[in-house]
Write a new protein. Structure first.
Length: 149
């Protein structure tokens, strides 16, 4: 994995790459570039590349008064799964999350993404809730980190 490069999505090119991964993995809730720009002001967004090839993205959402947990999300395009890239993205996100305080660490996975659910469970998360966002037809699964991993 020496060629894996992870960087914060700061400019439009990085934000477009983050948007692409997110929209491929979450096709039920596609985001516009303006949506992603807005999120980049609230969340820490990173993109991962193998050489120059886009591999995945991650999000770290800080705790808020409404949502007192930090959320860490790592997403890897299907053709790059099983190679440790998600683990690297997750480890970086988890390290960042631990500096932000909050009442715990959570992640969310779309129910139609069994690879993502297996990944979360394997890394010590336990399911706490399933819910539908307005207009969605596929449930989201909220998971909380139950053990240090």
């Amino acid at each position: 994995m020496t060629d894996l490069r992870i960087e914060q999505a700061r400019d439009d090119a990085g934000l477009r790459d983050w948007q692409h991964v997110d929209n491929v993995i979450i096709p039920t809730h596609t985001l516009s570039l303006d949506d992603v720009r807005e999120r980049s002001g609230r969340y820490h967004l990173e993109v991962a590349y193998l050489g120059d090839q886009l591999v995945g993205c991650s999000t770290v959402r800080p705790a808020t008064s409404e949502e007192p947990v930090v959320t860490v999300i790592a997403r890897v395009l299907a053709e790059h799964r099983g190679q440790g890239f998600g683990t690297e993205l997750y480890a970086r996100g988890l390290a960042r999350a631990r500096t932000l305080g909050g009442e715990g660490i959570e992640t969310v996975v779309l129910e139609s993404n069994p690879d993502g659910l297996r990944f979360a469970l394997r890394h010590g998360f336990v399911e706490v809730e399933r819910y539908l966002l307005p207009g969605d037809t596929v449930p989201w699964i909220a998971l909380r980190l139950a053990a240090e991993s």
